[in-house]
Design a protein around this ligand. Structure first.
Ligand code: BTN
Length: 256
């Protein structure tokens, strides 16, 4: 990517043919003091990690796998909003670049017809009542995989842009488009808060009005996803009619 002076993201880029986890590398660079916007990209990950201690599969040369260092001046309680910013920006950028309209499953899985296309993992350090020193935003997108490129256990639940579009999708312009949209939305979020990005999120959401199970550790709640609160929490209506706010968890969409 050409360094562009008025841009902050990807001024410094670390590109690996093979890495353990770009999030892990970015965390180490952040601890050493690398600035906001430092980008780590890998063609392949041997220890790609997902949310809830899961792993993230990558097919060498066919995925986009990258992590950014961010240093927002926000309290850890607002970190989940960064993951919503990332989901909304990525969905918008993918739509712009490929014409494919993907949906967001709260908080930030990008899905197409129920299958997962992209995962986002934000990792941070910091204490509840202090400003964080940094956080790392990791994004993995299935770009040019065919069904057989995925391990068997993912073949019915994962998809790629190529599988959706029926043709190869160039990764470099896609990455650039995502970085630019992400930077614009992140700047907007840091300047004026969550309101506008919340609107973007709502344009792409694919969860409201649906029956879901929300898993939180070993607790499970069943209800209908009714809205996204002003602060990014998901509002669920329980079968008895009571509405509750959920700020973390894993959503499973229920068949209607
Ligand atoms: C999830 O859906 O569980 C999140 C997956 C996040 C995967 C990306 S790939 C690039 C970055 N490096 C990692 O180790 N994980 C994230």
């Amino acid at each position: 990517r050409k360094a562009c002076e008025d841009r902050k993201f990807a001024q410094e880029v670390f590109h690996f043919k093979k890495a353990g986890s770009t999030n892990q590398i970015a965390l180490e660079l952040a601890r050493k003091g690398y600035p906001e916007g430092t980008l780590v990209v890998a063609e392949e990950q041997t220890a790609g990690r997902g949310r809830w201690q899961r792993s993230w599969h990558s097919s060498p040369g066919k995925s986009l796998l990258f992590s950014l260092i961010l240093r927002p001046k926000i309290l850890p309680v607002h970190f989940p909003q960064i993951t919503l910013v990332a989901g909304a920006s990525t969905a918008r950028a993918v739509h712009r670049q490929t014409g494919i309209r993907i949906g967001i499953k709260w908080p930030n899985d990008l899905i197409f017809q129920g299958k997962k296309l992209c995962g986002i993992l934000v990792e941070a350090t910091g204490e509840a009542n202090c400003l964080a020193k940094f956080l790392v935003l990791g994004i993995g997108i299935n770009v040019n995989q065919e069904r057989d490129d995925f391990p068997l256990h993912l073949q019915d639940t994962a998809t790629s842009l190529r599988m959706i579009k029926g043709e190869e999708v160039p990764r470099e312009p896609l990455l650039q488009g995502i970085l630019e949209t992400l930077e614009d939305d992140y700047e907007e979020y840091c300047r004026s808060g969550f309101a506008l990005v919340r609107q973007y999120w709502l344009q792409y959401e694919d969860i409201l009005g649906r029956k879901v199970r929300l898993l939180m550790g070993n607790k499970e709640i069943y209800g209908e996803a009714v809205s996204l609160a002003e602060d990014g929490a998901l509002v669920l209506r329980l079968p008895q009619g009571e509405e509750i706010r959920c700020s973390a968890g894993e959503v499973v969409l229920c068949r209607e």
